[in-house]
Design a protein around this ligand. Structure first.
Ligand code: NAP
Length: 299
C-alpha cells in the first residue's frame, strides 16, 4: 500500500509528489492523460511564473514533469472514477475496473474552463482563443480583443484587458450580468469598452490565428484575441460523495489542503481558493504533501 496516492499530474500533483518523496513517503501519481502536465500545457506563453519569463506553457509543464521524473516518481495512466474508505486509508476505484490503495490521497485533478461551443473555438485555442486573461492578456497589447461571459471573471477580464488593448468588446448572451454591478459601471465608463448583450458568439474566425468573430445578430467583429470567461468546471465528479464541496463544486479546503475527510487532501484548481494560477497550484501541492506527511506521522 502506498503512503500517498496523488491524483493528477498538473503542477499541483507534480509538486505534491516531489515534496512527498522528499518527506520519504512512498508515492504514485494517477494521471488521466498519459504524460500529461495539466492545463498549463494549453497556455501559449506564460509570463507570470517566477523566474521563467516568456516560457511556453508546454515547456513549463515539461520542466515540472522532468523534475518529478528525476525524483523517480512513478506515474500510472489511470482514470479515477471513485473512492472508498478502507481500514487503513483509501481505495481509488479506476475506470478500467482496477484499484489503487493508499494511506492518504492528494486529489489534484484540476478544473476545466468551460468552452463556448462556438464554431472554430477548438481549432483556434492557443491561437487567439484564450481562457485566461491574466495569463495571455499582455500578448494583445494595443490590439482588439473580445471577452465572452457575464460573470465576475468576464467583467474582471474585460477591465484588465481595457488597460492593455486598443478596444475590448464584452459580449454576453443575456442582458443581465451575474458579475458585480460596480465593475460593470467601471466598464461602462471606459471609452474603449463596448458592451454587447443578448447575442451569442456563433463562430470564431481565422486561419491559424483569430481574426474575427461572428455574432448571432449577423455582425462580424474584427478581433485578434477572443477571451472565453464562461465559468470553470472542477473535476470533482468522482469525489462528490466523499468530501464536502462548495456550491460551485470545488472541494472545500484551505491552504493546508485539508478537506472534510481525514487523510484526503485537495490541491490546485480543484479546491476553493481565490487565485487559480500555476504558481498557486505548485504551492498547494507542497502544502498538501506536508499536511499528508504530518497526518501519516501521527497515525
Ligand atoms: P460564472 O459566475 O458561472 O459566470 C459564467 C458566465 O458565463 C455567466 O454569465 C453565463 O451566462 C455565461 N455562460 C456560461 N456558459 C455560456 C455559454 N456556453 N455561452 C455563453 N455564455 C455562457 O463564472 P465566473 O465568472 O468564472 O465566476 C465563478 C465564480 O467565481 C463566481 O462565484 C464569481 O463571483 C467568482 N469570482 C469572483 C471574482 C471577484 O470577486 N472579483 C472574480 C472572478 C470570479 P448566464 O449569466 O446567462 O448564465
Amino acid at each position: 500500500m502506498l503512503d500517498v496516492l496523488i491524483v493528477g499530474s498538473g503542477p499541483a500533483g507534480l509538486s505534491a509528489a516531489i515534496y512527498a518523496k522528499r518527506a520519504n513517503l512512498s508515492v504514485e501519481i494517477a494521471e488521466k492523460i498519459f504524460m500529461g502536465t495539466g492545463q498549463v500545457a494549453e497556455s501559449g506563453r506564460v509570463d507570470n511564473y517566477l523566474g521563467m519569463p516568456g516560457i511556453s506553457g508546454y515547456e513549463l509543464g515539461e520542466a515540472f514533469r522532468g523534475h518529478a521524473e528525476a525524483f523517480e516518481i512513478p506515474f500510472r495512466e489511470a482514470e479515477v472514477s471513485g473512492f472508498e474508505r478502507t481500514e487503513n486509508g483509501w481505495r481509488a476505484l479506476l475506470a478500467d475496473g482496477e484499484s489503487m490503495e493508499a494511506k492518504a490521497v492528494i486529489y489534484a485533478a484540476g478544473a476545466k474552463h468551460r468552452h463556448l461551443g462556438a464554431k472554430g473555438e477548438e481549432e483556434l485555442a492557443g491561437r487567439g482563443v484564450s481562457y485566461c486573461a491574466v495569463c495571455d492578456g499582455a500578448f494583445y497589447r494595443g490590439k482588439i480583443a473580445a471577452v465572452a461571459g457575464g460573470g465576475d471573471t468576464a467583467l474582471d477580464d474585460a477591465l484588465y484587458l481595457s488597460e492593455l488593448c486598443e478596444k475590448v468588446y464584452l459580449i454576453h448572451r443575456r442582458s443581465e450580468f451575474r458579475g458585480a454591478a460596480a465593475t460593470l459601471r467601471k466598464l461602462e465608463e471606459r471609452p474603449n469598452v463596448e458592451i454587447i448583450t443578448g447575442v451569442v458568439i456563433e463562430e470564431i474566425i481565422g486561419e491559424n490565428k483569430v481574426s474575427g468573430i461572428r455574432l448571432s445578430d449577423g455582425r462580424t467583429l474584427e478581433v485578434s484575441g477572443m477571451f472565453v470567461a464562461v465559468g470553470m468546471q472542477p473535476e470533482t465528479e468522482c469525489v462528490r460523495d466523499i468530501v464536502a464541496l462548495d456550491a460551485a463544486g470545488y472541494i472545500k479546503a484551505d491552504e493546508t489542503g485539508k478537506t472534510s475527510e481525514d487523510g484526503f487532501y485537495a490541491a490546485g484548481d480543484v479546491r476553493t481558493k481565490q487565485l487559480r494560477q500555476v504558481i498557486t497550484a505548485v504551492s498547494d501541492g507542497a502544502n498538501a504533501a506536508i499536511s499528508a506527511a504530518e497526518y501519516l506521522r501521527k497515525l
